[in-house]
Write a protein that binds this ligand. Structure first.
Ligand SMILES: O=C(O)C[C@H]1C=CC(=O)O1
Ligand SMILES: [Mn+2]
Length: 388
């Protein structure tokens, strides 16, 4: 086997507790399931990628277990023996052979670019056209499910200087209750904070039409995916109201969907997510569609751990404009540190690592402690020890 060829594909499911319940209209998260993909080359070079979603199958069509299965059963045979010095050739082969599975493709592409960056001695950003910035603005999501707790959390974030923009998860309660919740938070924080809301598709168009003037009146700066992902014409009607910028999130499945939304004038802003786009290069193509169409950009997350977060950051750092900032706070929602050296968050920004590849190193002890199969791995060993 060639030195740069992939010798082994490893997929690991981690269950990581969250610092508090994270309440979305589609799910309440008490923990996050992170799928890590490690590509081991014959010469010992290794790349890591992440395939992470929210709430099992409640957010999208790929579950953590499904991502692992798809990679183990279908991606791995195409990857073993492949030459990692040609990541684009490998991704082209995968895209031709495997339909959809965008989260799994993103995880694999991330690992391939991590390898390539390590071999060339450059950060992944430099493989994607080159970075324009080393720091990215990061907001925080208030989603405890309780208005007073959300206000206290925001006050603490503002006081510590970590965040001054907040996204509120709504859509679970009746519209008037959600609007009261949002208005109370904005009233408490005033001009000290930018407030945005994410409905995660929960409203009908009629409910959204009722809510938008009230949210505008309350001082909300952005409304994310208020109605169903496929409701392009409805999104266009809400956008045309011109009350608050409307952002597409779940509706975006890569550059083609972005092109259709832009043609239909169905959003003012796109939430760019490397997982939803099917990888970093597809996400970069989507960003190009937005730039060409005059659609603003926002750096989104699937609440990934540090690997997916930094893969996203490496891409977002290459964008000339990212008007609405980013939400790359996923690692801060987790109780456990998955890296040897934690990511650096300060003054409302995340620093983009400058080392080769992703520029992050996994904390192997944390991975061993959090992996879902740790008990079965132990029980494989235990009987042998008992028998011996
Ligand atoms: O945007 C989403 O729908 C998913 C995610 C991003 C931030 C957050 O709290 O949830
Ligand atoms: Mn969203």
């Amino acid at each position: 086997m060639q030195a740069s060829a992939i010798e082994r594909v490893e997929t690991i499911v981690l269950d990581v507790p969250t610092i508090r319940p994270h309440v979305l209209s589609v799910a309440t998260m008490q923990s996050q399931t992170v799928v890590l993909v490690r590509l081991h080359c014959a010469d010992g070079v290794e790349g890591v990628g992440e395939g992470t979603t929210i709430g099992g199958l409640s957010y999208g069509g790929e579950s953590p277990e499904g991502i692992k299965l798809a990679i183990d059963a279908y991606f791995a045979p195409l990857l073993i023996g492949a030459d990692t010095t040609r990541p684009a050739v490998i991704m082209d082969r995968l895209r031709r052979s495997i339909i959809d599975n965008r989260f799994a493709k993103n995880a694999v592409e991330t690992a391939l670019l991590d390898i390539q960056g390590k071999r060339l001695g450059v950060p992944v950003s430099e493989l994607l056209g080159g970075r324009i910035r080393d720091r990215l603005p990061v907001l925080w999501t208030l989603a405890s499910g309780d208005t007073a707790q959300d206000i206290a959390e925001a006050e603490a974030m503002i006081a510590s200087g970590r965040h001054a923009a907040f996204k509120l998860k709504i859509g679970k309660r009746p519209v008037q209750d959600d609007v009261a919740h949002v208005a109370a938070i904005k009233r408490a924080l005033g001009a000290r904070a930018s407030i945005r809301v994410d409905v995660n598709q929960a409203w009908s168009e009629a409910a959204a039409k009722r809510a938008l003037p009230l949210l505008a009146e309350a001082g909300v700066d952005l409304v994310e995916q208020p109605i169903r992902a496929h409701a392009t014409a409805g999104m266009a009607r809400l956008t045309a109201m011109g009350l608050i910028p409307i952002m597409a999130d779940e509706a975006l499945h890569g550059p083609e969907s972005g092109y259709a939304l832009a043609c239909g004038q169905a959003a003012d802003v796109f939430a760019l997510k490397i997982a939803q786009a099917g990888g970093l290069t597809e996400a970069k193509r989507l960003a190009g569609v937005a730039q060409s169409a005059g659609v603003a950009l926002y750096g989104g997350t699937m609440l990934e751990g540090p690997v997916g977060t930094i893969a996203s950051a490496q891409l977002f750092a290459t964008l000339p404009e990212i008007e609405f900032g980013t939400e790359l706070f996923g690692p801060l929602l987790l109780t456990e540190e998955l890296l040897v050296e934690p990511l650096h968050y300060a003054d409302g920004c995340l620093s983009v690592p400058s080392g080769p590849g992703l520029g992050v190193q996994l904390n192997e002890d944390a991975i061993a402690a959090l992996r879902r199969d740790r008990d079965s791995r132990t029980s494989v060993i235990t009987p042998k020890l008992v028998a011996g």
